[in-house]
Every structure is written in C-alpha cells, then in structure tokens.
Design a protein around this ligand. Structure first.
Ligand code: PGA
Length: 251
C-alpha cells in the first residue's frame, strides 16, 4: 500500500514570535510544489496562530505539541482541541517522550488526550518509544506493545485512520544517535503487525508510522527508503530552515 509521506517538525520549547514567523516563512517557501507529501509544523502554543497565518494558502499543516481532552474548563496550563483548531491547527502531537518522562504523563492520560483530539477532529500524532535501558534489557517490543495498546485503547478503526504513530526511541532523541535504518524498519514492521491485530488490516496498512530521533539531512533519505517508514518527526533539525527544507525534500 502506498502511504503519503508526512514530514513533521517539532519545535519543542523554542522560538519567540519573531523567530517563529521567520522560520515558518522560510519553510513555507521551500515547501511550495511538494504535492506528493505532507508537511506539518508543531510550534509552541504561543505561536500556533502566527505560524498558521504565515502558512495560509499553503498545504503545510500546523499542530500543537500536546492537547487536553476537554473543549474548555478548569485545566490550568492546558490547551484544548477547540483552541488548537481556532488558532488554525489541525493536529496534535501526543505522548512525546518528553511529556512521558519529564512531566510523568502516563498511559491513561495519554489515551485521554488521543481520544479527545480525535473526538474534536484533530489528527493525533501518537508517540511511542523505548529508553536505552529498555532496549539493552531486550524489552523494546514489550514496552512498545504496552504503549500502543494502552495509548490507543478505545479507539475505533475509523479514528485510527486519522491517527499517525511516531516511533521515537528515547535514546535517539536529541542525542545525534539515530536508530539504524534496519533497527527502525524492524520496529516499524512490528508496530504495523500489532496494529493489524488491534484494528482492521486495511487500516493498519494505511496508518503512517513516522520515525523520530536525530533525523537529519544526511540520514533522511535512507530512513525514508524503508518500506514501513512513512515519515519523520524532527526536533533539532526542524529549527534550522535549511536542514528542515532538505528533510522535507527527501529523495
Ligand atoms: P530530535 O527530536 O530530532 O532533536 O532528536 C525528535 C523529537 O523529539 O521529536
């Protein structure tokens, strides 16, 4: 099955309003004419609306870096799916390892976020990944299965069709240490097999599975050439227009 590649930039806690507008404008320019792939930017909440404004008229999608499950209410520090949409966003990253590790978000809360995002019509970019300790202890597949089953509990096949999975080995995030193309492909194939058990086969076949963790201009092509790698979730290299432009123009 042919899946449309998705290249996503996660800006994390970087960029002032001015930096964000500048970076978005440069990415906008180099994404013109890319009709065979999707590009998505996840800027900080404070600039979702500015970035969406800069991207108006382009095909570039805008996402939040997390999202609450309620439309509004007493949830200090959170952002709702309705807010993301009203600011011009159409997707949300959920379950990023920094949310899991630094802010102790557990399977249950991540699952609520995924279900909330989908219920309000956002595309969910659901992240999973093992730590170095877990990989070295040969726990990778056990950990990933638990993250997938618990994070996606209660999601219908139809909703899964609007969900993207991002495999981001924690040991490869921001470390300059990328999973080899073979390591990444092995895990992506495992994820797809599991999705086949959890959802309908044609859904599992159509779900895009992104790789994240030190994706750079010099490794994007070989990663994207793998049969089950359908895109990339990029952190550090997404903050540099030239690097990200090369990544979205992968061959
Ligand atoms: P990195 O981050 O590209 O800087 O490794 C990826 C991510 O955390 O999404």
């Amino acid at each position: 099955m042919k899946r449309r590649p998705l290249l996503a930039g996660n800006w994390k806690m970087h960029t002032t309003v001015m930096d964000a507008c500048q970076l978005a404008a440069e990415i906008g320019k180099c994404s013109v004419g890319l009709t065979d792939r999707d590009v998505l930017l996840a800027p900080p909440y404070t600039v979702i609306s500015e970035v969406a404004h800069v991207m108006q008229g382009s095909e570039v999608l805008v996402a939040s870096q997390n999202v609450c499950w309620e439309a509004k209410g007493a949830f200090t520090g959170e952002i709702s799916p309705t807010m993301v949409k009203s600011a011009g966003g159409s997707a949300a990253i959920i379950g990023h390892s920094e949310r899991r590790q630094i802010f102790h978000e557990d399977h249950e809360i991540i699952n609520k976020r995924v279900r909330g995002a989908l219920a309000f019509g956002l595309m969910a970019v659901f992240c999973i990944g093992e730590t170095l300790e877990e990989r070295e202890g040969e726990q990778t597949f056990v950990i990933l299965e638990e993250q997938l089953r618990k994070g996606l509990a209660g999601i219908s096949s139809e909703e899964m069709g609007k969900t993207v999975v991002a495999y981001e080995p924690v040991w490869a995030i921001g470390t300059g240490k990328t999973a080899s193309k073979e390591q990444a492909q092995e895990v992506h194939a495992f994820i797809r097999k599991l999705l086949t058990e959890m959802f309908e086969k044609d859904i599992a076949d159509s779900v895009r599975i992104l790789y994240g963790g030190s994706v750079k201009p010099d490794n994007v092509d070989e990663l994207m050439a793998q049969p089950d790698i359908d895109g990339a979730l990029v952190g550090g290299a997404a903050l540099d227009a030239e690097s990200f432009c090369r990544i979205i123009n992968f061959i």
